[in-house]
Write a protein that binds this ligand. Structure first.
Ligand code: C5P
Length: 284
């Protein structure tokens, strides 16, 4: 049995995010097309004599709030394994940014421990455990391009989106997902969902049709709460992005560029203007 494994935890991007309404359990019913990005954290998961340990840079949330820690804990509660586990995270995905970095780490840790200890959990069982850790974790286990429903935990795979060059940029402020959904309860209203139109465009491999419907129904609420995000959106659009929309509950914005050169230019300007910036593309 191997003593350690290395795994990549891919960031996710909501190509669309439709909020259908608030449910009785307080969560929100979603319809979203999610997409894996090349941007990824690198994890080394190893077996130790006991305990659960998560190590990484100063950016990492403390163990109790760390989804990778929580994932290993849930797996241990459910399967009763005794070994200790150490998860070392080389963080590249920005934290609390709307890119599912914590969820990606959790999914990678679940799969790695299942493999390392030969627990033999099926992908269905892993997905059920993943949903307990967080709404985005089941998608991160599978990756690619998928339509997610429910609170985000139910998914069906879609044809791959074409390769798209993206600039991700954020002002230096933190957004709490809970606060964004609460603001949506007060001010948001469901609009016609974009996800079914994106699914149709993906099935036709119609790029222009896809670009037309990229968007996020949490965006109006976040732009109103955080004027810095609204200003950044205008700026990115002014630099020639084909489309700019909010990632998850923010505060990161995704700017779709016509190609690598255009994306590099937007990224260069965004960095020079003092925004935290990442150049990446969709994983095909
Ligand atoms: O499931 P997760 O822990 O990622 O969600 C964080 C918070 O975001 C939830 O406690 C809830 O307030 C909000 N949320 C929601 N509806 C969703 C997903 C998250 O209201 N579909």
């Amino acid at each position: 049995m191997p003593e350690s494994v290395t795994a990549w935890a891919r960031a996710k991007l909501n190509l669309t995010l439709d909020v259908l309404g608030r449910r009785a359990d307080g969560y929100h019913e979603l319809l979203s097309v999610m997409q894996s990005l090349e941007l990824a954290d690198r994890l080394v998961v190893s077996l130790t004599s006991d305990g659960i340990e998560v190590a990484g840079g100063p950016d990492l949330p403390p163990p109790r709030e760390n989804l990778a820690y929580r994932a290993v804990e849930v797996l241990r509660e459910k399967t009763g394994f005794r070994a200790g586990v150490r998860v070392e995270i080389e963080k590249r995905i920005p934290v609390a940014a709307g890119l599912g970095g914590g969820s990606a780490d959790a999914a990678a840790a679940l799969a790695a421990v299942n493999h390392l200890l030969g627990l033999g959990l099926t992908s269905h069982r892993l997905a059920v455990l993943a949903a307990e850790v967080g709404s985005d974790v089941p998608f991160c286990l599978v990756g690619g391009t998928a339509l997610v429903t429910g609170r985000g935990e139910r998914l069906s795979l879609l044809p791959s989106a074409p390769s798209m060059w993206l600039v991700l940029a954020r002002p230096s402020l933190a957004v709490a997902t809970v606060a964004v959904y609460e603001a949506w309860d007060r001010h948001g209203r469901p609009g016609p969902p974009a996800s079914p139109r994106l699914v149709a465009a993906l099935n036709r491999q119609d790029f222009a049709g896809m670009v037309a419907v990229l968007g996020n129904q949490l965006e109006p609420v976040v732009l109103q709460l955080y004027p810095q995000v609204a200003a950044l959106k205008e700026t990115l659009a002014g630099w020639g992005a084909l489309k700019v929309w909010l990632c998850g509950s923010g505060p990161t914005l995704a700017a779709l560029a016509a190609g690598y050169e255009a994306a590099s230019e937007i990224a260069r300007r965004s960095e020079a203007a003092g925004y935290q910036t990442w150049l990446t593309r969709t994983l095909v």
